[in-house]
Structure formats: C-alpha cells, structure tokens
Ligand binder design. Structure first.
Ligand SMILES: *Cc1c(COP(=O)(O)O)cnc(C)c1O
Length: 426
C-alpha cells in the first residue's frame, strides 16, 4: 500500500490500531476534509462537526483568512527560536495584549504547556512578590478539573484513568469543590502559603458544568482579599465559545453586545489555547500584568517553538476573524436558541434529563447511569445521521459546533439531534 493511496475508513482505523498508541477511543469515523461547520469522511459522507476539536475550531474548519496567514508566513520564515528576535512575535504580543486587556503575554504551544507556565509564574510570584517561604507555595484547584496531561497537572486531577500509575505526583496543590465559595474561603484561610486559585470558568471536560452566576466574581474578590492570584484556564471557554470573548470577560476591548451589563471578572493570569489559532496550528499563551509577569527573567522558562512567526501570524488572523465576524455575538444568540429548542424537547422526553451550557458550549445529560453505554450509542447514531459529537464523561454529551454556524444550520442540527434521541426513547 503506497502512502498516498486513498484508504477506506476501515483501513485507516486498522493502521492507527496497529501502529498508534491506544491513548484515545475515537468515534469510528475517518475524516479527510473540513470546511466551516462541516467535515467529510473518506467515503465522502458529510457531517456537522459538533465538537470543533474540543473547541479549537471556533472559527470553522480551514478558515481561508487564517490558512492564508499561515501559508504566507510559512513561505517567509517559520522558526528562529527565541535565541533571536523575529518581526512577527512583538506584533502578536501587542495585538493580543490589547485584545484581552493585559500588559504582557508569554507564548507557548499547547494548552497544557500554558497551564504549566501559569503554575510556574504563580509560584515565582508567590516567593518573590508575596513573600512566601521557599518551597511552601500552594495552589488551590477544583475537584473534577481538567487542565491537561503533564505530570504536574495530572497530579491534581481526580480522574483515576488520567492519574493511575503515573506517580509520584507533584506536591503543592489543594483541591476544593467547584462552585463552592465557602470551600474556597476555607482553603484560602487555611494557610498563609496560598499563592493562587486555578479555575475553569465552566468545567468543560467534566461535563460542561456552569457555576452559579456570581461564583467567578466572588471567587475573584476572595482571591483579592487573601492576596492570591486568580488564574483562569480559558483554554476551552475562551475565544468567543461561551457567547463572550472570554467566559470571565473582564476589561477587554471587544465591544460585544452580549457582554453588556454582565459582571466583569479580570483574572490575574489568563490561560488561552485551542481556538486562539482557529485549530490551524498549536498556539497557547499566558497573559498577565507587569506586576506578575515581570518575575519571569531570561532563562527561567521557554519553548523552542513558543512564539514562532507562523504561530504569531496564525493567532493574529484567528483573533481578527473572531472580532470581524462577530463570533461571540453569534455564539450567544445561537446558544440561546439551541437550549430553548432542546428544553422544549426535554419536556416531552424521558431520554434526556437536562441541557446546560453557555453560548455554544453545551451538554445534555442522558437519563441513564454514568456507567452505561447509551451516550456512546447515541453518538454513533448521531454520526449515522450526519452529526459528530462525543460523550465527555459517562452519560453526558457535549455539543460545541464551530461558531460560524448560521441559524438555519443550527435548526437543522437541532432536528437531527432530536430525531436521533427519539429513537432511543424507551
Ligand atoms: C484542552 C484543555 C487543556 C489542555 O490543552 P492541550 O492543548 O490539549 O494541552 C487545558 N485546559 C482546558 C480547560 C482544556 O479544555
């Protein structure tokens, strides 16, 4: 078999099974083309993408403006490393700092690297600014968090599958219940050595858990009270996904209508990834103001590819698309329609317990135990009916289409989802 021969889906799956590590359990569909809200499998069947590569493809597949930026930069200069300057990085840093309202940015590649960067930054700030004794700093995290896959990050996960037999684990983390301000304040009070609070504004991987309305605002106020950094992991919730530029949405310059009148939370440290590149290239970033970011000095931290010219050009184009195509506003409006339509169906149905989410980050909870296969079986049926989604945990299915969707397309998807669910009605 020549490398360039067109494979059938089964052949492609067999190759992955034989030669690839089995670290994922994908839906049995093999894609070879994407455009906007659609993807196609190798047999030519067309699907709505309702995962968007875990919210990395908010701008839609193969957005021409982002792809053009990548091609142009790739033909000019791809990588210098940070041993030398390049003429794109500074522009990207200025653009992105202005876009989100921060003084400085530290560029990395993947979400997990950006989380690691934020944790290191927080610890260094704790010792050098807050004055915590050497090696005593502790960072508060939430139960059922998902922040990536490095050894340190899985050290404070409570997903047994992500943790088991990867010890010894990194010390210095305290877990509190998500969406529980009393638990947070107890932890903040428990020790003078608390350096930061790392939180997802909506817990995506855990099953799209939206905290109560004032949780983030009050958590930020508590962090201020105890002189602790509020670190928002917006790798999944950021970049217009939840109907605002950021789910924490504080003090940015986006002028999006759906943000008006909403409480503002300005994180001390903001972590971005996924859709900051529109799914075209791995780009992530940590943003903070000078009082925090200036603890990082030459040699303290780095990445060979972080801040490379292709990444910088791609990310600027991807953020311009978010702004110029009003994708936050679109996510806000379509999200409301999506939940309204599903709620109408849920009133008449015994198969779905509820729908929840914000903007176009939503999930339904299937009326079955967590251990059942029903969510997976529903996703297989959705695939047959032309829509791709995946269970997050157990009986929860996440629905997160690209934000470039039209209202007509969304309503078409709603009817596919409802018709598919009806077939599972007891
Ligand atoms: C996906 C994700 C990460 C990790 O990003 P990678 O690019 O996969 O390393 C971190 N935090 C959150 C909230 C995520 O959803």
């Amino acid at each position: 078999m020549a490398v360039l021969d067109q494979l059938t889906s089964q052949q492609a799956i067999d190759l992955e099974n034989k030669y690839g590590a089995h670290n994922y359990h994908p839906l049995p569909v093999v894609l070879n083309k994407g455009e906007g809200v659609y993807v196609w499998d190798v047999e030519g069947k067309k699907y709505y993408d309702f995962l968007s590569a875990y919210s990395a493809v908010n701008q839609g597949h193969c957005h021409p403006r982002i792809v053009d930026a990548m091609i142009q930069q790739a033909q000019t200069l791809t990588l210098t490393s940070r041993a030398f300057h390049n003429d794109v990085l500074g522009k990207f840093e200025k653009f992105t700092c202005n876009f989100f309202g921060f003084d400085k940015l530290l560029p990395m590649n993947t979400g997990a690297e950006a989380v690691e960067t934020a944790l290191k930054l927080c610890r260094k700030w704790a010792y050098e600014v807050k004055g915590i004794d050497e090696n005593k700093a502790e960072i508060i995290v939430c139960e059922n968090n998902f922040h990536g896959r490095t050894t340190t990050i899985i050290s404070f996960s409570n997903d047994p599958i992500a943790r088991e037999n990867f010890g010894p684990y990194t010390q210095g983390f305290i877990k509190v219940e998500y969406d529980n301000l009393l638990a947070l304040e107890d932890a903040l009070k428990s020790s003078p050595n608390i350096a930061g609070f790392l939180v997802e504004p909506i817990q995506g991987e855990a099953g799209v858990y939206v905290p109560s309305g004032d949780y983030l605002v009050k958590a930020k106020a508590l962090c201020d009270k105890y002189h602790v950094l509020f670190i928002a992991d917006e790798v999944q919730t950021g970049i217009a996904r939840t109907g605002r530029l950021l789910a924490t949405c504080g003090n940015c310059n986006c002028s999006i209508k759906s943000c008006e009148g909403k409480p503002e939370v300005k994180p001390d440290v903001l972590i971005l990834g996924k859709a900051i590149s529109g799914g075209v290239y791995p780009v992530s970033a940590v943003l903070a103001n000078n009082n925090v970011m200036d603890v990082i000095k030459p040699g303290n931290h780095g990445s060979t590819f972080g801040g490379n010219p292709v990444a910088a050009a791609v990310a600027m184009a991807a953020l311009e698309v978010i702004r110029d195509e009003n994708l936050a506003q679109n996510a806000f409006e379509l999200g409301n329609i999506f939940r309204e339509e599903l709620n109408k169906f849920i009133k008449t149905s015994s198969i779905v317990r509820l729908v929840r989410g914000k903007g176009l980050l939503n999930a339904i909870v299937i009326n079955d135990d967590e251990g059942s296969n029903k969510a997976w079986d529903i996703c297989l049926a959705l695939k047959d009916n032309g829509l791709l989604a995946k269970p997050t945990h157990g009986n929860i299915i996440r629905f997160a289409p690209p934000l470039v969707m039209t209202k007509e397309q969304l309503l078409d998807c709603v009817s596919i989802i409802i018709e598919t669910l009806k077939a599972f009605e007891a």
